[in-house]
Design a protein around this ligand. Sequence first.
Ligand SMILES: Cc1cc2nc3c(=O)[nH]c(=O)nc-3n(C[C@H](O)[C@H](O)[C@H](O)COP(=O)(O)OP(=O)(O)OC[C@H]3O[C@@H](n4cnc5c(N)ncnc54)[C@H](O)[C@@H]3O)c2cc1C
Length: 493
Amino acid sequence: METAYKRIVVVGGGAAGWMAATALASALPGSTVELVESEEIGIIGVGEATFPSIRAFHKILGIDEAEFLRATNGTYKLGIEFRDWRVQGEGYFHTFGDFGALAGPQALWGQLRRVGEAGLGTLGEQCLPSVMASQGRFQAPPEREEYFNYAYHFDAVLYAGFLRTLALQRGVRRTEGRIVEVLRRACGAVDRIKLADGRAVAGDLFIDCSGFASLLLGRALDEPFVDFSHWLPVDRAWACPSERSGTELAPYTRATALEAGWAWRIPLRNRTGHGHVFASRYIDEDRAREQLMRQMDGPALAAPRLLRFATGHRERFWVHNVVALGLSSGFLEPLESTSIFLVQSGLGRLIEQLLPGAEPSAEAVAGYNSAMVRQFARVRDFIILHYRLTARRDSELWRAMASMALPETLAFKIHAWRQTGALHQYGDEGFDATSWLAIHAGMGHWPERPDPALADLAPGLALQALRQRRDSIAAAVAAMPSHDSYLRSVLAR
Ligand SMILES: Cc1cc2nc3c(=O)[nH]c(=O)nc-3n(C[C@H](O)[C@H](O)[C@H](O)COP(=O)(O)OP(=O)(O)OC[C@H]3O[C@@H](n4cnc5c(N)ncnc54)[C@H](O)[C@@H]3O)c2cc1C
């Protein structure tokens, strides 16, 4: 299909850049796609945990799962284990599965509440992937009947390389060089970019994937940054890989709450990725690094690396003929591994606008921008919820998070849940009601009274159905292979 933009230039070759180049070259065969990157500058190389939407992205591009896992040291991800978030010593899973079809999660909760939860165990036992995760097992659901969702962990540097090979096979041209200047037309649009060796790359549409540098949208077009740090104060991370411990390969990410942030643990096949995301206003860098080293599975495989970031996004994502994707457009701290998902979401919306063959109207561009602003806000609210529901008061970060003023959109959702057990959803949500329920339940945050609409449901029947569901999930999981052995069978294909 044709697009008005014949020459598309992608600036930057991290995960965002190569995702964009591959997808645009596949979707718009009538255009040339050229990607400019600098080996000397390199890529950020963190971002090892993903969101299930990545599977749809791979499917559209025809990526074979086994080939991808082999190339990236990848593992399966059922969700995230949260440790010490409500109080120290407690934990819960947020996995990509539901809690049953008993007229929705609110109904389930209502019944549980009315019957006093006798003998039911935890809500997690009603969720297949949560039970799989807790036992270290994995088995993909059949393609035609995906009764739960899953994602991956991978080596971010290898992933960018994997996509690069694919993009080059699909006709993307790669130009190596350091960009030193962005030249604009009288109307404000970008005309070309100049490289350090004097060459210039001209284009009709520029996709800014230059990472935190935000060379085009941030620096050249000076688009203002909307700062979320008053809600999400973490602004630094130490990242360090370690040797794998002798234990089984976990099919989930772990996020452990610490004094002034949280630590990630991401199991890959050849190593474990570790990091400590922290708020520099509450802890100094040395102490944060020491806390990370205490979390490690085994001996470090490299020196810890410090990353600095701001949480928020550019006011607009598409200005003139520049569309920013990835870190150049904004960043939400990695608690729910949403950055690559946000790249994918922006890319999907962009391709929709480019397909019809005409230059997108001002209304279409404004629609793109407001959808992306909403999408960032929805994910932001979901991440804040994890902190907000804490009962921890043992350090400044947790005391501040428990009492801060919330975005109105989130305040309303928390109110609706507390009042009646309603899980309100706006448009452009990244996380469905089940995910919101998993966090409320995991953090021990329940409505003050049952939903009156549930008054007619018979508690005895619900209790019986829940027990049956729990038992059949337990039996199904007991018959599944370990994550390690399932993965080995896939890699051998
Ligand atoms: C601490 C931390 C943890 C994260 N964890 C996750 C996670 O678990 N899951 C997740 O989905 N995401 C995560 N992310 C985000 C993830 O790292 C990024 O979204 C992803 O890697 C894409 O990055 P990018 O392509 O936008 O930028 P980069 O990888 O930084 O790529 C930028 C590109 O621009 C090029 N470039 C820059 N300046 C110039 C120049 N002057 N000339 C030429 N080229 C230039 C660079 O060479 C590079 O190729 C995390 C981020 C951080 C900071």
